[in-house]
Write a protein that binds this ligand. Structure first.
Ligand code: PEP
Ligand code: MN
Length: 299
């Protein structure tokens, strides 16, 4: 039986010739094309850790968390100024004010910042304030938006659609590349599966990490916060992702001060700066071991 539109990984050289290892053999079978955001190098020597609040809720909240994640050793800051919410009655983010707060937090801490852009009309404005644009899971197949972020001249963090196949995801990345922008970092953030909502928010698809790396030279990172939706699972999911070869993590963090206000968005999945520090310590010590073993093998 022939089904219209049916594709599989064998079709990737046709779907994404700019990004497929087969059609763009410059990076061989295993090399990653490094994406630089300021001094941060995705696909470089060491996994990159992006951390920060789900949403920018206020100046004080964002500055406090930015300082805390910097203190825990994070490489980059995250925070949503425009939030994709299930209900239009839920907090939608602070918009332009949120972008200004992110820029201030980034200046103060020296951490480059990534934020989501949802609206094709706002790409230029958002790009003025941040170092990297995020295309969220819900917008992975918003093709006009992909074209616009491709033209923005900014590096792009492209989240996997929550029900997207590998072909659809890499096809989406190709839209950005097709505008001459190869500064793309892919992000697995959990996919829809039958038990979702019973014990976790989504299902973290670790298997896709080596699969992505076999097909393309783009770096791939993991979001253990949205993938699990449960703060207690974030550390384990982070470690597992690193073991599977993830080239970075993006993690939601909230204040652990007793008098802090509960986040208005995704509170149940936010970890404390202390747990973040532990995850980063794990990455650093593992990295020392990997480096030692590589040197030993070369000696
Ligand atoms: C986010 O990172 O803020 C977010 C909304 O993630 P996702 O698009 O993966 O749901
Ligand atoms: Mn969130």
């Amino acid at each position: 039986m022939h089904i219209a539109g049916k594709v599989d990984v064998n079709d990737l050289p046709r779907i994404c010739p700019l990004l497929s290892r087969k059609t763009t053999p410059r990076y061989g079978e295993t090399q990653t094309r490094v994406v630089e955001v300021g001094r941060v190098r995705f696909g470089g020597e060491r996994p990159v850790v992006i951390a920060g609040p789900c949403a920018v809720e206020s100046r004080d909240q964002t500055l406090e968390i930015a300082r805390a994640v910097k203190g825990s050793g994070a490489d980059m800051l995250r925070g949503g100024a425009f939030k994709p919410r299930t209900s239009p009655h839920d907090f939608q983010g602070l918009g332009l004010e949120g972008l200004k707060i992110l820029r201030e937090a980034s200046r103060e801490t020296g951490l480059p910042v990534v934020t989501e852009v949802m609206d094709v009309r706002l790409v230029e404005q958002v790009a003025e304030y941040v170092d990297m644009l995020q295309v969220g899971s819900r917008n992975m197949q918003n093709y006009p938006l992909l074209v616009e972020v491709g033209r923005s001249g900014k590096p792009v963090l492209l989240k996997r659609g929550m029900a997207a196949s590998l072909c659809e995801w890499l096809g989406a990345a190709e839209y950005i590349a097709n505008e001459g922008n190869l500064e793309i970092v892919l992000c697995e953030r959990g996919i829809k599966a039958y038990p979702n909502g019973e014990y976790a928010r989504y299902s973290l698809d670790l298997n896709v990490i080596p699969a992505v790396q076999a097909e393309t030279f783009l770096p791939v990172i993991v979001d253990p916060s949205h993938a699990t939706g449960v703060a207690a699972m974030v550390e384990g999911a982070s470690r597992a992702a690193i073991e599977f070869g993830a080239q970075g993590l993006i993690i939601e963090v909230a204040s652990d001060r007793l008098d802090s206000v509960k986040p208005r968005c995704d509170a149940a999945q936010a970890i404390t700066p202390r747990i973040l520090r532990r995850i980063i310590h794990y990455i650093d010590t593992r990295q020392e071991y990997v480096t030692e073993m590589t040197h030993a093998a070369q000696a």
